[in-house]
Structures are given as C-alpha cells and as structure tokens.
Design a protein around this ligand. Structure first.
Ligand code: CTP
Length: 404
C-alpha cells in the first residue's frame, strides 16, 4: 500500500536500516523506517490521509512520524546526506539520494534498503556489501571516518556484535582502537554516551558488551573508576542472571536494566565517586536521585535483612524490608546475596508477597467509624502483616482486627 502511494506521488520509497537487516537475519522486527527520495513530510501527510492517523513533523531534519490510529508509529525520512562540521557534532541535513543516505549510516549491515514502489517492489539496495557481512557475521563500518563522525557507533558496534553473535571486522576494530587512543570520547556529551549505554544494558548479554568495552579501554575513558576486575565482573554476571530470570517471569512492572547494572558498576564507589559518574553521564535529576537514594536504601535493607535472618523470620517483616525498595534495588539485592536461602526469600517476595493485597481499605475503616489520621496507615499495616503471616485471614477477620 505504501508502494502504491509512492507510485501515485511519483517518489521512490524504501524500507531501511534495522528492519531490512533483521529480515535478512530472519529476526522479528516491527519497527519499519521509510526513506523517501523526495519530500518525506509531504509523503508522511499523504500516508496519514490514506491510512488514517496523524503526523508529527520535524522540519529541521526533514523527517516525520506517522502515528496511525492503532497507535503504531512509522518513521519517514528524506533521503539525506549529513555533514559533520566537527567530530562528535550533531549533523546538519541536505537533500540527497538513497545511496548518500545509506552511506552516512553506521555499519554495512544497517546500510541496506528495500524499495517498495510496485514496479521495483522488493529490490534490495546494497551498495556497501551489507548482505555479505551478514553472511560472514561481521560488523564493518562504511568508511574510516565513521567513528570520528559519531563515536557512539563504537558502543553500537559492540552492542550489535554481541546481539547477533557477530565479530567486529579487523579494520573496524583498528579504527575503534585509533579512535579511543585519540580520546574521541572526551568530546562526546554524557547524554549521548548514556543513551547508548542504556540501550546496551537493555540487551540480553550486557556483561559481554561491558567486557568488550573494557577490552577497548572504553569504560575507563568514560570514568576512571569504571573497571572490569574479576570481582566486578562476578557481580555483573549475577545481575545478568537475576535480570534474565525476572524477565522470564513476565511480571509487571519490568525493571529499568540500566539502573540495576549501574548499581553493580558503582559497587565499591563512595558517594563522591558516584557523583562524578552521574555528572559524566549527564543523568537527569530524576535518574541521579533514583540511583543515589537506591544505594542508600539498599545499604539499610542489607542490614535489616541480616537482622531478619538472625531473628524469627516473619514473612511480614521480610515484606516490610523489601517493599519500600524500587524493583531494581530488590533485583540488585538478590544478585548480591551469597546465600541461596536469602535468594529464595527475595524470590518469594518478588513472585508472591509483593502483589498481595489485603481485602480492606480506608473506606472500610471509615465505615467502622474510625476517625481518619495516621492511625489508618498503622491499622492497614498491621492487617497486612497479619495476612502475610497467616495466609487464610478472611475479610471478616481483617475487619475484626481493624476494629480491635
Ligand atoms: N544509525 C547510524 N548511526 C547511529 C545511529 C543510527 O547510522 N549512531 C542508523 C543505522 O543505519 C540504523 C538506523 O540509523 O539502522 C536506525 O537507528 P536505530 O533505530 O538506533 O537502529 P536499529 O538498527 O533499528 O537498531 P535496533 O535494532 O537496536 O532498534
């Protein structure tokens, strides 16, 4: 349908990037990006009129997003050539053809396009040997200035290599080493580094990525204390196992992987050192606050858990120790627990206790004629504790308890 519209509008339109790469790799990808040899914004408007939906326009970049009525989003870009005014700068944009558009991309495997116009439907456009590199399982840049133009591509190279089980081509690896020696990360903004690191930590094998980052001396380039000594590696591997385990449970909410891994990467740091990293990665106030407050509450939870283990081990007490922590903190604690028994307790909290609710609310307390105030919190907490420690506590028993 998009192809027919392209024919009617007299422009060449292509699917590009990850979508094409993943088709060739037989991997699912529902994230279609279109490139138009012509005015992408006009084409996006025509798409919205034809298929129903609205358009978000980015005039400066000559790109648009079509938001379909289903909520699905489709990126539409004008085939473009980017000029990099100085290394690590953001690009300015000029009109150009599909070849130039593909040439500005990061790796050959991402520089593939498939035309959708009916008379050329399915024509694979491969100027730079992307197909061959997919076959040879190789990550390769298109030209020797690629990492100078955009150093974040180094992190992307590592991420894609680990995701697909590819290796980084010899020349590309040399270019990475050169770029690191030239201290190219120095100029790069923290936000851009952090954006890529977040994507990397959301992958299935972030530890292998982090090891590669360390091999290229990239962790140190970001923060002198970011190292991958055996102890740190072990912590991160445990985190990876716990995050993978939790993913398989398909529980809500899902955690922010970056936060769990960052807690691991900062293990052994003092608060001042964490602040240096926070500033380097230009974390937002909210992100920085999450990280630092979680570090403090984890410290307290560790002490409380130790005491709990020595004591009577009431389920409700375990609940009240872990419940105030963000999910990422609980996962981190699980990963750091050496004792199998403690892991089991934390797993019980995550899979069962956390979602347990009592059957009475503030409204019931009102109906019982109890004057509102802090007492409500105390009563509900006591009822929660009783229910956790006594599975079969009925609603009537809970109400009776509240009255008493
Ligand atoms: N791209 C690039 N340089 C970057 C970022 C992106 O050349 N620093 C190009 C690549 O061609 C990539 C496309 O922009 O295919 C879209 O970027 P993105 O959505 O990040 O990449 P995907 O390949 O779709 O990756 P993912 O599968 O992780 O979504």
């Amino acid at each position: 349908q998009v192809g027919e519209l392209a024919r009617d509008k007299g422009v060449n339109v292509y699917c590009v990037g990850g979508f094409v790469r993943d088709i060739l790799l037989h991997l699912p990808n529902f994230d279609v990006d279109f490139v138009v040899e012509g005015d992408a914004i006009a084409f996006a408007r025509a798409m919205a009129r034809t298929f129903g939906g609205r358009v978000r326009e980015h005039r400066k970049f000559k790109t648009a997003v079509v938001v379909l009525e289903s909520g699905e989003k489709i990126d539409v870009a004008t085939a473009r050539l980017e000029y990099y005014e100085y290394p690590a700068a953001l690009p300015t944009v000029e009109l150009s053809s599909i070849k130039m558009d593909l040439f500005r991309r990061d790796f050959t495997i991402n520089a593939l396009a498939v035309q959708v116009n009916p008379d050329q439907f399915g024509r694979l456009v491969d100027f730079f040997g992307g197909q061959k590199d997919i076959k040879n399982k190789t990550i390769r840049v298109l030209h020797s200035l690629s990492f100078v133009e955009d150093p974040t591509r180094i992190i992307r190279a590592i991420r894609f290599a680990q995701r697909f089980g590819f290796s980084i081509g010899g020349q590309t690896e040399r270019l990475i080493k050169n770029a690191v020696e030239l201290n190219i990360f120095h100029k790069l903004s923290g936000s851009r580094i952090f954006h890529e690191i977040r994507l990397m930590l959301a992958e299935n094998k972030p530890v292998a990525c982090l090891k590669e980052m360390a091999r290229f001396n990239l962790l140190k380039a970001i923060h002198p204390m970011l190292t991958m000594d055996p102890a740190k590696q072990q912590i991160l591997e445990e985190i990876e196992k716990v995050v993978a385990w939790y993913r398989l449970l398909y529980l809500e909410p899902s955690p922010c992987p970056w936060l769990v891994y960052l807690l691991g990467l900062c293990a052994g740091f003092n608060d001042a050192q964490v602040q240096v990293l926070v500033r380097r990665l230009n974390l937002t106030k909210k992100q920085a606050c999450l990280l630092t407050s979680l570090r403090h509450s984890i410290r307290k939870a560790i002490e409380d858990l130790f005491r709990w283990e020595q004591g009577k081990q009431a389920t409700s007490e375990l609940f009240f120790i872990l419940e105030p922590l963000a999910l990422e903190g609980v996962l981190y604690l699980m990963a750091r627990s050496r004792k199998e028994s403690m892991r089991k307790h934390i797993s019980l909290f995550l899979t069962q206790l956390r979602t347990q609710t009592i059957d009475i609310t503030g409204k019931d307390l009102q109906a019982l004629g109890i004057a509102s105030g802090p007492i409500y919190g105390q009563i509900l907490r006591a009822v929660t504790a009783a229910k956790l420690d006594n599975d079969s506590l009925s609603r009537e028993e809970q109400l009776r308890m509240a009255r008493e």
